[in-house]
Design a binder for this molecule. Structure first.
Ligand code: NDP
Length: 282
């Protein structure tokens, strides 16, 4: 108990000493948010809009993007443009970054957030789906990051990668999804080192999220687990603040940080908890 209490105090101390956020710094900021037609990406678009940013949003469904962009303008965005794209395509990730660079005249923030739909079920050998998901959830991220890097470097910009607790801690029913998030953490973790060693102007923030109450997530887990879900709008705001304050990592909700540590320190207990947090009988 004493050990657990000390860990909690240490984590809270880290949270309280985080750099302070200046909302004004986002006024006029040039931002590209992916996966912004629904869920956390949509909420991020609205927050950036309220802060007076210039935004480009992308996802596959053009009609929905148009509605989100209209709402962004009504909330105060200086610009709100959209471009429909499929991140499984070879060329669309580049096309989207080119569009944002051209329309906004450069980028201050690239927020990589989209994910392709993936089943919530036991692994049944669908290799093709996993390859496809890797394209959408991983390869498109590194392609867009590379394409935007020169502009971010010029503008002392930030790259924000939305990842998951499942990118640090494997969990049942989501093997393909978990793999894509582990890949993201590995790749962008390495890039954080390289940029720091090169004394680059670009910051990379890797965001570890727990369960968030988006429609797609809730659809998958309802009736399967009683793990609490946290509000998408609050998760979105925390991601934005993490990027704006150039922090290396976000853990939202905060106890996800403790879970990642407990997995290494108390593996048997953590595995027991994970496997028993789902309603499943073979
Ligand atoms: P949603 O499923 O709500 O949104 C996914 C977004 O990606 C949509 O805008 C969707 O739009 C877009 N998208 C899907 N497929 C493609 C594609 N092939 N090409 C381009 N865009 C695509 O996701 P969440 O908001 O729940 O999650 C957002 C991020 O947060 C993800 O990175 C996720 O891993 C992370 N996260 C979420 C958690 C949660 O519990 N919700 C927990 C941990 C992490 P469209 O269909 O129009 O293409």
């Amino acid at each position: 108990k004493i050990l657990l209490a000390s860990i909690c105090v240490a984590f809270l101390a880290v949270k309280w000493t985080a750099p302070s956020f200046d909302a004004e710094s986002l006024r006029g900021a040039r931002v590209l948010v992916t996966g912004a037609s629904t869920g956390i990406g949509e909420q991020m678009a609205y927050h950036y809009a309220r802060f007076g940013a210039q935004i480009v949003i992308t996802a596959r469904r053009e009609k929905v993007l148009q509605q989100v962009a209209e709402k962004c303008l009504s909330l105060g965005a200086q610009k709100a443009l959209y471009i429909a794209a499929d991140m499984a395509s070879e060329s669309d990730p580049d096309k989207v970054v080119d569009f944002a660079l051209e329309k906004l005249g450069g980028l201050d923030y690239l927020v990589l957030n989209h994910i392709g739909p993936s089943p919530f079920s036991m692994w049944e050998g669908d290799v093709e789906h996993t390859k496809w998901l890797m394209k959408v959830n991983f390869f498109s991220y590194i392609q867009m990051a590379w394409k935007a890097l020169a502009s971010l470097e010029q503008n002392k910009g930030s790259l924000v990668v939305v990842s998951s607790l499942l990118g640090k801690m494997p969990s049942p029913f989501v093997a393909p999804y978990t793999s894509t998030k582990f890949a993201l953490n590995g790749f962008f973790g390495a890039l954080q080192h390289e940029l720091a060693m090169k004394k680059s102007n670009v910051s990379i923030s890797i965001c570890t999220l727990g369960l968030i109450d988006t429609e797609s997530a809730m659809e998958k887990v309802s009736g399967v687990t009683s793990v609490p879900a946290y509000p998408a709008t609050d998760a979105a705001l925390n991601i934005i603040i993490t990027g704006a304050t150039r922090q290396l990592e976000l853990f939202y909700p905060w106890f996800t940080h403790i879970l990642t540590v407990s997995k290494d320190w108390f593996p048997s207990v953590t595995n027991y908890v994970i496997q028993n947090s789902y309603n499943y009988s073979p």
